[in-house]
Ligand binder design. Structure first.
Ligand code: PBG
Length: 323
């Protein structure tokens, strides 16, 4: 035999020498859930090890992450049901939980990268990402609200705005709103290919944000489609996105690779709540080795072409020195 590929696997030193992809703290973005109140830290039952924090505890959590070299955070608010309405007005009220949290984090940790989520669902009495009228999700009317949210986030100090709503034209709309108000330096990480997935279940438990009727299939993508992801990615790029995201992660590695091959922009992958819950459940049952399965999953995103990985595993992999 002229070629014996096993020679390049014969020792740990050689295996590391020829390793093609690496995951480091710099690639990781940690999603964090926020609740109203003081000294709150409540575990999400379907996401062991993941908590909802009041702003004071959120600051302590971010501090401990930054000591580990984890510097990027994506914030999500759990909003009191009484504050929700059809137009998600709470989403751009100056004293809302979310805007106070962004300001507090940027004040205490100016060097942290704060990513903010733009979509109506946590604030919507309908539990949808857009305005609902007669059972339909209105696109263009929703853009106006998304623009207000994005502007409020930028004013509060957000570094990157991440629209997760899947309305048509929202990246261009938000880019214009930001630029017109002088926020030309605020980035947009677009959820470009966001699928109507079963794997968001635990996240909706965390925020109590599940749709009150129907599903999200008229705006989130059909899991069976790949070419449609290219249309979404191309539009977001033309509309001024700085990052293109694929979500969920593991069931869509092909889509990450496809988009990566068609763009020069950095691609992000969202290793969502249900993917986290699956691993935790199997580990708890003694069915999977946690360190090996988590690092294998994160490596697969890098191999598929993702620069950034949004993952609930971000802190634990650094705390346990698994990378
Ligand atoms: C909502 C939003 C969702 C997630 C991020 N932003 C859920 C949804 O679309 O219903 C899911 C994240 C996760 O499951 O970890 N705009």
């Amino acid at each position: 035999m002229l070629q014996r590929p096993r020679r390049n696997r014969k020792s740990e030193v050689i295996r590391q020498m020829v390793q093609e992809t690496h995951v480091s703290a710099a690639n990781l973005i940690f999603p964090l859930f926020i609740v109203e109140g003081e000294n709150q830290k409540t575990e999400v039952s379907s996401m062991p090890g993941i908590f909802r924090y009041s702003i004071d505890n959120l600051l302590r959590e971010i501090e401990s992450c930054m000591k580990l070299g984890l510097n990027s955070f994506d914030l999500f608010p759990n909003i009191d049901e009484a504050l929700k309405d059809r137009h998600a007005t709470e989403s751009h009220r100056d004293e809302s939980l979310y805007l106070r949290a962004i300001r507090a984090v940027k004040k205490e940790f100016p060097e942290a990268c704060v990513i903010t989520d733009v979509a109506m669902d946590p604030y919507s009495s309908d539990g949808h990402d857009g305005i609902v009228e007669n059972g339909e999700i209105l696109n263009d009317e929703t853009l106006e609200i998304l623009g207000k949210m994005a502007l409020a986030h930028a004013r509060s100090g957000a570094d990157i705005i991440a629209p997760s709503d899947m309305m048509d034209g929202r990246v261009g709309y938000i880019r214009k709103v930001l630029d017109d108000s002088g926020f030309t330096g605020v980035s947009i990480m677009s959820y470009s290919a966001k699928y109507a997935s079963a794997f968001y279940g635990p996240f909706r438990d965390a925020l109590n944000s599940a749709p009150k009727f129907g599903d999200k299939k008229t705006y989130q993508m059909n899991p069976a489609n790949q070419r449609e992801a290219l249309i979404e990615a191309r539009l977001d790029e033309l509309e001024g996105a700085d990052f293109l995201m694929v979500k969920p992660g593991l069931p869509y590695l092909d889509v990450i690779k496809l988009i990566k091959d068609q763009t020069e922009l950095p691609v992000a992958a969202y290793n969502v709540s249900g993917e986290y819950a699956m691993i935790k459940a199997a580990v708890r049952n003694g069915w999977l080795n946690e360190q090996r399965s988590v690092t294998e999953v994160l490596t697969s995103f890098r191999r598929a072409g993702a620069s950034a990985i949004l993952t609930y595993h971000a802190k634990e992999v650094l705390e346990n020195k698994w990378l």
